[in-house]
Design a protein. Structure first.
Lengths: 355, 354
């Protein structure tokens, strides 16, 4: 199956196993970890950046990475076999179209996502523990909740923020295109991270003001490189803890990729604090993927079901069905008004205070 | 230890991606980045034995969770995920059923891949977590992660040894059939399978040739498991099981010696020592058959290239080209006579003692 045919059929995706013997399908799933780590290590060694200006020989790559030459050759050939590099001459390698995405300096670079496995690979090695006990694997391995860990390990936090920014770039465009913010005066992005989504919304809505709200350690790391004319002065940043309180004064509140990180009790507490903070007539927008009631065998569901397991392993949260969202919202004093699909995998769940 | 991602591979050949849109390229990469998520999901299901429980018919997650004594909610999320990947189907009553794909994880089916799934999810998974170490030092990451080499570790951890043997047996069933079809053993009187593990290959050859006698030779921990194999019990009158270490000696006097997927576990120095012990055990003109993947001198061979990396990271061994095999064999006193491709990726490399 070529990428082209996959893209064409993406509206009704075929089962991944189509046309391949089941032994082969299972073997490639079983050994997916080796491919992940192969890509992780070439990005970690900075090889895609070294190849940015053209093909390099093994000697040049060895000099640039300080890696063990014979092992590096075998690595380069392995990565070529999965289609990211090409051996253009014997022991001389170039990036393919796919490999270009791993350069740090290209727009929409996916390099941060490749490096992310450094933080989650070990926790995933304990998925079995999570299934046996229902406990989150990450704290079982590292002793603290994922977000505490990120506060204690600034390097990991930098990697996490970079990977999340990659994920959210497509989502930001989709949300701005799918929802009309023009009737609002002040948007509060609760757990807004680096502020990417809020700044995009402000840019598209010239009279809207914004409040970016996240923990002190996240707010400290916000880089001011996205200050666009007419936007920064309409946006202020507030540090705090959404389990305690959420800033008041907004007429629209955003929770993008927040609720899925938490269990029902924790989520309910975040939602109740939003209800406390917002105008009684205010609108709450939850931006999340929505899990279908039943998942057929289809690649279209992979991001949903896999992100759900990522939450089981890493944070203790979950992806929810529409019914689960309705129950959660009702419990916290909200009414689900409508669900607006976007061009991304996520939907916008529009809610108001229950009367 | 297959790790070919056929779909990904075919989807990402450079000449095919030129016309593809950026989004599907990014999707392809993301699936590669998160390959370890699905590997570990399959590992957990295999280790728990879910497919065996479902072999008698569909069950609810509630029933499964009670039999397995695991968390029902978490198990449901796993089952839902693997249904999406085609291992199970879920009906309207919430009963899960095995598909052809999921059935491969049953213990009792021919060509079961359950042991391979468990094997991959434990030591090799751990080793690949330390892959940077291999790139920095050239040493297997597994030794770094465990503090000792794989086979040393397996001699101490008997549960891992058992899983390794079962996983390799699953693989060698396919390879054995291919070897029996591809090679004419007539005229040979006695065959020694050096490092023969569970004896799958020697048993298949003896089954096909009623006059032939055999010796299965491997480490004590391996042959102890092998003695329990039904196929070997049936052939007991023609097949001897001998425990020993091929770095010290190999049983002498046979006219044919087999080394199937053995040499690729070792670097050249240790590979040469094994071959030299075989040569010492043999008379001039005796035959040596290696069953191994043979790497072409280019990157365009995903299976053997990736298997080579598995050797680099896990065992410290390597996959070799025909030239490399010929040189290694010559150094031990053999002449490579021919390379026979079987219907599986492995070849038979025939050599004669000179």
């Amino acid at each position: 199956m070529s990428t082209t045919s996959f893209a064409k059929k993406s509206s009704t995706p075929p089962p991944a196993s189509m046309g391949l013997p089941p032994q082969l399908v299972l073997a490639r799933m079983m050994s997916g970890y080796a491919v992940s780590q192969l890509i992780y290590v070439v990005v970690k060694l900075g090889i895609p950046d070294l190849l940015a200006d053209g093909p390099l020989t093994l000697e040049e790559l060895t000099a640039g990475t300080k890696a063990h030459p014979q092992s590096l050759l075998r690595l380069m050939r392995g990565v070529a076999a999965v289609g990211l590099f090409e051996e253009v001459n014997e022991r001389q390698f170039a990036l393919t179209a796919l490999g270009q995405y791993l350069r740090a300096d290209v727009p929409d670079s996916l390099a941060p996502m490749a490096l992310f496995s450094q933080d989650s690979y070990q926790a995933w090695g304990h998925l079995l523990h999570a299934v046996e006990t229902g406990e989150t694997a990450f704290p079982h391995v590292f002793g603290v909740h994922r977000y505490q860990y990120l506060e204690q390990h600034p390097d990991a936090a930098v990697r996490f923020n970079a990977a999340m920014s990659v994920l959210s770039s497509q989502l930001r465009r989709a949300v701005v295109a799918a929802y009309d913010f023009s009737r609002f005066k002040t948007a509060v992005d609760v757990g807004g991270g680096q502020g990417g989504l809020l700044l995009d919304i402000l840019q598209a809505n010239s009279t809207l003001r914004g409040i970016l709200f996240d923990t002190a350690s996240v707010v400290q790391t916000i880089t001011q490189n996205r200050v666009t004319a007419g936007v920064a002065e309409r946006c202020k940043t507030i540090a705090g803890d959404f389990f305690k309180a959420v800033p008041g004064g907004g007429d629209v509140y955003l929770l993008a990729h927040v609720i899925h990180n938490w269990d029902d009790d924790q989520s309910s507490s975040i939602l109740e604090n939003c209800a406390q903070g917002m105008d009684p007539q205010g609108t709450l927008l939850i931006i999340e993927m929505i899990m279908p009631e039943q998942c057929g065998p289809s690649p279209a569901t992979y991001p949903l079901v896999m992100t759900d397991l990522q939450m089981l392993v890493m944070t203790g949260g979950r992806e929810r069905t529409e019914a689960e969202f309705r129950a959660l919202l009702e419990r916290a004093g909200f009414e689900l008004k409508r669900i607006i699909p976007t061009q991304a995998l996520e939907s916008i769940i529009e809610c108001v205070r229950s009367t | 230890m297959s790790l070919t991602d056929e779909e990904t591979l075919s989807a990402t050949k450079p000449h095919q991606v030129q016309n593809a849109d950026r989004l599907s390229l990014a999707m392809t990469l993301r699936r590669m980045f998160t390959g370890y998520w699905i590997s570990q999901s399959i590992y957990a299901i295999a280790k728990l034995g879910v497919a065996d429980l479902l072999s008698a018919g569909p069950q609810s997650v509630d029933q499964l969770a009670r039999s397995l004594r695991v968390d029902q909610g978490a198990l449901y999320r796993m089952m839902r995920t693997l249904s999406s990947y085609g291992l199970f189907t879920e009906d309207e009553q919430g009963l899960f059923q095995l598909t052809a794909l999921g059935s491969l994880l049953r213990t009792d089916v021919p060509g079961s891949m359950r042991a391979m799934a468990i094997w991959n999810g434990e030591l090799p998974y751990k080793a690949w977590g330390a892959v940077l170490h291999t790139l920095e030092t050239g040493q297997p990451a597994l030794s770094h992660a465990l503090g000792m080499k794989l086979f040393e570790y397996l001699s101490q951890d008997l549960e891992s040894r058992r899983i390794f043997d079962e996983a390799m047996t699953g693989l060698s069933i396919q390879v054995s059939q291919a070897v029996v079809q591809a090679y004419d053993f007539s005229g040979i009187k006695q065959i020694v399978d050096v490092g023969g593990g569970q004896g799958t290959l020697v048993a298949a050859i003896l089954e096909a040739h009623a006059e032939l006698r055999g010796i299965l030779f491997d480490l004590p921990a391996a042959v102890e498991n092998a003695r329990k194999q039904v196929a070997l019990e049936r052939l007991a009158s023609r097949c001897e099981v001998v425990a020993g270490n091929f770095f010290e000696h190999v049983p002498p006097g046979a006219d044919c010696y087999l080394l199937a997927s053995v040499i690729h576990d070792w670097d050249d120095e240790r590979g040469l020592r094994i071959l030299t012990h075989c040569r010492k055990a043999m008379d001039q003109g005796g035959k040596l058959l290696l069953v191994e993947c043979v790497v072409a001198d280019s990157s365009d061979q995903p299976f053997s290239t990736l298997l080579d990396l598995q050797m680099l990271v896990v065992t410290g061994g390597r996959e070799r080209t025909e030239t490399q095999f010929a040189e290694l064999l010559a150094a031990a006193g053999f002449r490579l006579t021919r390379v026979i491709q079987t219907e599986v990726p492995e070849c038979i490399i025939e050599a004669v003692a000179i």
